[in-house]
Design a protein. Structure first.
Length: 100
């Protein structure tokens, strides 16, 4: 609930996109990028025709996090293609769906 409130407050124009595409962005992303600054964080990107949607997800592979923070969405917003390309150049791309 707190993260939904964060998205509504910090990215209000994107909240409707989160409701519509949030699950798909997490379950079937087009690109997964490792966050080099935060070991337990990944960027999941869903590419749509006119926009890219970026979800930042906190992943827990160890029991170091409190249960409420494990495997949780941290935020969700649109990302410009140019910024996505910069992100991919700076961080390690773990997965990229082959374009059809």
């Amino acid at each position: 609930d707190e993260r939904v409130q964060h998205i509504q407050e910090h990215h209000p124009a994107d909240y409707g996109l989160f409701e519509k595409y949030g699950n798909k962005t997490i379950e079937a992303p087009d690109i997964i990028i490792r966050d080099i600054k935060n070991e337990s964080t990944a960027f999941l990107v869903l590419k749509l025709d006119e926009i890219n949607l970026k979800t930042i997800v906190r992943l827990s592979v160890a029991n170091t996090d409190s249960p409420e923070h494990r495997n949780s969405v941290m935020t969700f917003y649109r990302i410009r293609t140019k910024n996505l390309e910069k992100l991919m150049a700076r961080h390690k791309v773990l997965y990229k769906r082959q374009e059809e």
